[in-house]
Design a protein around this ligand. Structure first.
Ligand SMILES: [Zn+2]
Length: 540
């Protein structure tokens, strides 16, 4: 049997059913482009005609000329009607998509209870709808809804649905675990019984994660003979989500030896996952397998020293295979060896015997003693290490800031920040409002810098956390602020500590902007020559 697995992405359709996810047509097009770069075979874009965003998506996606096939989704015709007169089927045909996914019932209970029709009429609905779209020249994928539940209750009927879809010309028949309640051994048993029963259509699988088994069930189905997997990036989807393609693809390819996407494209997996979570504005769990920020992070002396000898001691794959990377976490307990390997991670070779290195290690220890924590603030740590190794030339210098918070009876609170910086010898003074003091500071700082460094437009604050450090002495307590910032490619975290929450936030904010500019600093600033001139700054 072929080892080639067809990857069907439904992030833009089933994925958008997830709570809190809303994508504009532009967002959908950006995601489609990214999925195409990853090398998925099918991109299900939505339901044509269901809303203006999807109409616009299907129109504009054609201009992108993607290699992946674009799929339009819909249901089989309504009961007791004619497929050719069904407005939804008509819209699928006219959508411009090459492929249609039609969902239909395969569980007798659903036919009686949800559709309220006869088992025969349901078969006719499936047959007519598929045949209609096949006559229109489309590739047709039939999603057999609740297939596993249906098969458990009435195997003859579920199998008859499948046969009917094939008879009507379906290219793929996809078994769906719509309620997500099936166990992996059941999936394996059922798919094994059906493999070989179809002659022209191929089998696929579509699972949901209600028992946290969507990935496991997908793998079981493939091992039993399914050749198409449907899922979403980061497992987005309604309730507990769909099968997570970011785990399904590397599991199939790296562990089980199936052929999903080209090896060099697999290296884009981490970047794709992060990009899509950014566009969809949903946080990725740090411990998400394969592509998470902590998937290959190591902390603590013994692990780290073993990892430095051979990464296979604590890593199940080389992180580079999926475009992720190893991270060494620094904690107060770990001391010198962790800081040195962290620096190495950044491409900086610190000589452990040099006074400069001793200086930076002492400084980090001292800061940790004051309440800074660099485990959750990689970017601040990187700035410290690079500073110590003399690599950084600051692109802007802080002069002062002022905050105004005003509350009058019956009016909303207004926060306003005034920021004074020096950029390349020029004094810059800005003021900005915000929905809170930190937001106002962020806005003012951004306004001051963005005119000189337009790339900062792409970054934004994605998380803000405050922690009181000495809870016994609440009035005099210090606070630690952790800020996470993002752009389309990266996320980075910075830290600030002070007795004053605004000051701590300011420190973390400034580090966040400095880190965003790091790449520019390292490449563009040489020996006192402020080459930021080319951005239009007159260098005095
Ligand atoms: Zn689904």
């Amino acid at each position: 049997m072929s080892r080639v697995i067809s990857i069907f992405d439904t992030t833009l359709r089933d994925g958008t059913q997830g709570e809190g996810i809303s994508l504009s047509a532009d967002d959908k097009l950006k995601i489609a482009k990214k999925l195409n770069e990853l090398g998925v075979h099918y991109i299900e874009g939505g339901i044509p005609g269901s809303n203006s965003k999807d109409i616009e998506f299907f129109k504009r996606v054609q201009e992108l000329r993607l290699d992946a096939k674009i799929v339009a989704f819909g249901s089989t015709r309504r009961k007791d009607s004619v497929a050719a007169q069904d407005a939804n089927l008509q819209r699928i045909l006219e959508s411009g998509a090459q492929v249609a996914t039609l969902v239909g019932k395969s569980w007798d209970f659903h036919v009686h209870t949800a559709l309220q029709t006869t088992l025969d009429e349901n078969l006719a609905m499936i047959y007519d709808s598929i045949a209609f779209l096949k006559q229109g020249g489309m590739e047709v994928i039939f999603d057999a809804e609740h297939f596993f539940d249906g098969f458990k209750h009435n195997p003859e009927y579920a199998a008859a649905v499948m046969k009917k879809a094939e008879e009507a010309g379906a290219d793929w028949v996809v078994m769906c675990d719509t309620n997500g309640g099936t166990m992996p051994h059941e999936v394996h048993d059922i798919v094994t019984k059906l493999t070989g029963q179809l002659t022209t259509a191929h089998l696929g699988v579509h699972t949901h994660n209600d028992c946290e088994l969507a990935v496991a069930n997908t793998l079981s189905a493939v091992q039993a003979g399914a050749r198409q997997v449907q899922g979403t990036i980061n497992g987005l989807g309604e309730r507990c989500g769909n099968a997570n393609l970011c785990s399904v693809i590397p599991n199939l390819q790296l562990k089980l030896g199936y052929d999903c996407i080209p090896e060099e494209r697999l290296k884009q997996l981490t970047n794709t996952a992060r990009y899509i979570s950014e566009v969809a504005n949903v946080n990725m769990p740090v411990n998400q397998p394969y592509v998470g920020n902590a998937s290959f992070a190591h902390k603590g002396g013994i692990h780290v020293s073993a990892i430095m000898r051979d990464s296979r001691t604590y890593e199940h794959i080389a992180p580079e295979l999926v475009g992720n990377k190893q991270r060494i976490l620094v904690s107060e307990l770990a001391g010198q060896s962790n800081i040195l390997s962290k620096a190495k991670d950044m491409g900086i070779e610190l000589d452990p015997t040099s006074p400069d290195t001793r200086g930076v290690i002492d400084r980090i220890k001292d800061l940790e003693h004051q309440g800074y924590q660099f485990e959750g603030a990689d970017a601040s740590l990187e700035l410290l290490i690079r500073e110590a190794s003399g690599e950084i030339k600051e692109l802007f210098a802080f002069e002062s800031f002022k905050m105004l918070v005003e509350k009058s009876a019956g009016r909303p609170t207004v926060s306003e920040a005034f920021v004074k910086l020096n950029v390349g010898g020029t004094s810059v003074y800005t003021a900005a409002e915000g929905n809170g003091p930190v937001n106002a500071l962020d806005n003012a700082l951004r306004k001051a810098l963005v005119q000189y460094f337009p790339s900062l437009r792409e970054m934004h604050l994605s998380d803000y956390k405050v922690r009181v450090l000495d809870e016994n002495d609440a009035t005099a307590a210090k606070v630690r602020v952790l800020i996470e910032s993002k752009n389309y490619e990266h996320a980075w975290s910075t830290v600030g500590v002070s007795g004053n929450v605004i000051e701590a936030s300011w420190e973390a904010l400034v580090d966040s902007f400095r880190h965003a500019l790091l790449a520019e600093e390292l490449t563009e600033v040489e020996d006192g020559d402020l080459s930021i001139n080319k951005r239009g700054i007159v260098n005095h």
